[in-house]
Write a protein that binds this ligand. Structure first.
Ligand code: SF4
Length: 309
């Protein structure tokens, strides 16, 4: 993506500087804004600062990690990934963004709907049980990787009873390409046993019952309830968390805060597909490192202060 650059006016102080020094000079006011008011300089610190400036040292950054990230991000002196994280964190704490109006939210989801009326997730499954297993396996793994692993697993064990018969070691044999595969194999074997013991081998349409299964947290329960049973839940994964914070749609410091914020703001008619639209938007357009703002369908609505104009 082409990044916007600015050329200092000819004859200005910045124009006379080498590029790196000009960048540092431009950054200084932003950094000063991000930092807490400094104590008056003592003769010793003033002398030290002057020495550092003479040597071409970079300006000091705020001491706290959060302040440092914000300062660095504002100055554009950090890699894009850290800048994205800083912005998400900053937005989560209400740094810059004004809340979206109801009309803007309707407009954004209307556009998502027009572009993709029936959004689908990218995990392969054939029924609620295989969806549940696939989502449990997807923690810290890509959907592509999970699909490769579950192809053989679901052929060998398509039901809870068959999964129990396959056993932890047998399950591990199919999913060893996934991170944390031993723990995941143990969870899949045990959740299959519990489905038989507590729910007659069926996946319950109940959040508490789902979350009582090993390896199943709120996000997984929300995905299963939404996709398998059509419940208008919003599962907040890393993509959705980033999009909600970066755009200002539903800033929150935790996935639960974001989920509750989205539930409160998104009109009911959009809720069924909202999490898919936002997850796919975050995965393919509003990416963590280099969001494709120029082609973004909600660019004009987005509150991200660092988006290209
Ligand atoms: S303009 Fe679009 S791609 Fe860019 S940050 Fe905003 S939502 Fe993400």
């Amino acid at each position: 993506m082409a990044r916007k650059t600015t050329t200092p006016p000819a004859g200005s102080q910045l124009a006379a500087m080498p590029a790196r020094a000009a960048k540092a000079a431009k950054a200084a006011p932003l950094l000063a804004k991000a930092a807490k008011p400094a104590k008056p300089a003592t003769p010793k610190t003033a002398a030290t600062s002057a020495k550092a400036a003479k040597a071409g040292a970079k300006p000091a950054l705020p001491a706290s990690p959060a302040g440092r990230l914000k300062g660095e991000a504002a100055a554009g002196v950090v890699p894009a990934r850290r800048r994205a994280v800083a912005n998400a964190a900053a937005a989560a704490h209400g740094r810059t963004v004004a809340p979206w109006s109801d009309a803007e939210i309707v407009e954004a989801f209307t556009r998502f709907e027009l572009r993709d009326p029936e959004p689908k997730g990218e995990l392969d499954y054939v029924d609620p049980f295989t969806l549940l297993v696939a989502v449990v396996l997807s923690a810290q793994a890509t959907d592509v990787g999970v699909n490769k692993a579950t192809k053989g697993l679901f052929a060998a064990a398509p039901t809870p009873a068959a999964m129990v018969a396959l056993g932890e070691e047998g399950i591990a044999g199919f999913i060893r390409t996934l991170g944390l595969f031993r723990g995941k194999a143990k969870n899949v074997a045990e959740l299959s046993r519990l489905l038989l013991e507590r729910h007659g081998g069926e996946v319950p349409v109940d959040r508490a019952a789902l979350e009582a299964l090993p390896g199943v947290g709120r996000k997984t329960a929300n995905v299963v309830l939404n996709i398998a049973f059509g419940v208008p839940t919003i599962a907040v994964d890393t993509h959705l968390f980033r999009v909600a914070n970066r755009t200002g749609l539903a800033p929150g410091a935790t996935p639960l805060e974001v989920e509750l914020g989205l539930e409160a703001r998104i009109p009911d008619r959009f809720k069924r597909h909202a999490h898919h639209w936002l997850i796919l938007h975050g995965r393919y357009i509003c990416k963590a490192r280099l969001p494709d703002c120029p082609i973004c369908p909600i660019n004009d609505l987005c509150r991200w202060p660092d988006k290209p104009i």
